[in-house]
Design a protein around this ligand. Structure first.
Ligand code: 0PR
Length: 382
């Protein structure tokens, strides 16, 4: 730390310089985040000092959190769901599995607990396994890149405490057969956590119906992130439990705070993100999110048409605004797109390909330029 104070102007100038090294989303096709909605930014700034880690001091923000939880519960067909706002999908996944472990493993299992997750699960589950010392059993995918039901069944044993299903996989935007996984969870008397971190703000707003939420009787918890397709500010995640008991098993006593218990992983917690999520969800409503999602899907289909013109095709027919493409030497293509044309795209691992996420900031014009540049890159490789 510098000994003497800098001039305010100096700091602002340094900030501007640093900000100019950040990318804007104009050429970003790799992110599951986007520009937050204007009203979310407004609310975030208004509640900037609010700390949900000691919410007795911030009752107004706490009431907003309760409204967010109820309204997302409603969206996911369980208005009585219990939960709280997390920092995002990673924390939600950690806490969901921690709750499974606290509820089941001590009662009926003897060996090291395990969970069965699709091979397409987000890397946050590797962190879950490390932190909680739970064995991660990765079930293989079928040809549509959904988890193979047979593989899941073959991995369940007496130490399995729960299953994970993905509603909008990170690499492929695929949705597992959650109805079947729900039945399997019920038959085996184990938990089923649905990772809808990305898909939670997409699936309810698509024309085609996909069953993935509390409508299915075996689903015991859901992760859904307002800071992805919910257009809220970072850090906004939501974790919901079917039963208040599951949340209760995460309780920590906090005797010297204004409230005597906490269920969260973090202590100090952003009230700004709570207010931002409340604001954008209420401003848009289901009707508004339907428009956002339909615009993203139109852009997704537009992209597929343009790509077909240069003979590039998706690995699976996209269900949502995530497109995985079959291209030769995906790593090299990704690097060249970045180096020569400033485009940010991601790769998929198994099968190897390119991943594009068509977030609300992606325009048809961007897609036209991108496809032209992709063709130039592919021409140098073929
Ligand atoms: N579950 C799923 C299905 C996800 O896709 C992600 C993140 C998570 C959980 C974890 O969420 P948090 O990152 O909020 O903890 N998926 C994106 C990814 O890994 C996250 C992301 C967002 C990456 C923006 C890059 C980026 O620019 O691709």
């Amino acid at each position: 730390m510098n000994e003497q104070a800098f001039e305010r102007e100096q700091i602002i100038s340094n900030l501007n310089k640093s900000k100019s090294h950040d990318l804007t989303y104009d050429r970003v096709l790799s992110s599951m985040c986007t520009y937050p909605h204007e009203i979310a930014v407004h609310a975030h700034i208004q509640f900037i000092e609010s700390n949900m880690g000691d919410f007795g001091l911030f009752q107004g923000t706490y009431n907003l959190e309760k409204k967010v939880i109820q309204s997302i519960g409603n969206l996911l067909h369980h208005s009585e769901a219990s939960g709280y706002m997390t920092t995002g999908g990673t924390e939600s996944n950690i806490q969901a599995i921690r709750s499974m472990r606290n509820n089941l493993s001590s009662k009926k299992k003897c060996g090291k607990p395990n969970i069965v997750v699709p091979d397409s699960a987000h890397f946050s589950f590797d962190k879950v396994s490390d932190i909680l010392d739970i064995e991660l059993r990765k079930a293989s995918l079928d040809e549509e890149l959904k988890v193979s039901i047979q593989s899941v069944q073959s991995l369940i044993d007496e130490n399995t405490i729960g299953l994970v299903a993905i509603a909008g996989s990170t690499e492929f935007g695929q949705v597992d057969e959650i109805e079947k996984l729900s039945e399997i969870a019920l038959q085996n008397n184990i938990f089923l956590h649905v990772d809808a971190a990305f898909g939670g703000f997409v699936l309810p707003f698509l024309e085609k119906t996909h069953e993935f939420d509390f409508k299915l009787p075996g689903v015991t918890s859901i992760a859904i992130d307002p800071h992805k397709m919910g257009l809220s500010t970072i850090p906004s995640g939501v974790l919901l439990f079917k039963s208040a008991d599951y949340l209760e098993s995460l309780r920590a006593d906090t005797p010297y705070l204004t409230v005597s218990t906490q269920y969260t992983l973090t202590g100090t917690r952003s009230g700004a993100a709570v207010a931002a999520t409340y604001a954008v969800m209420n401003l848009l409503g289901k009707e508004g999110y339907r428009k956002v999602v339909s615009k993203c899907m139109e852009a997704t289909y537009y992209l597929l048409d343009r790509l077909a013109e240069i003979d590039v095709y998706p690995l699976i027919k996209p269900l949502m605004n995530v497109v995985a493409l079959e291209v030769p030497e995906a790593d090299l293509v990704r690097k060249k797109l970045a180096k020569d044309f400033n485009w940010q795209v991601s790769i998929t691992q198994k099968p190897h390909g390119l991943r594009l996420v068509i977030m609300p900031h992606v325009t048809l014009e961007m897609i036209d330029y991108f496809v032209q540049d992709l063709k130039k890159v592919l021409d140098t490789i073929n």
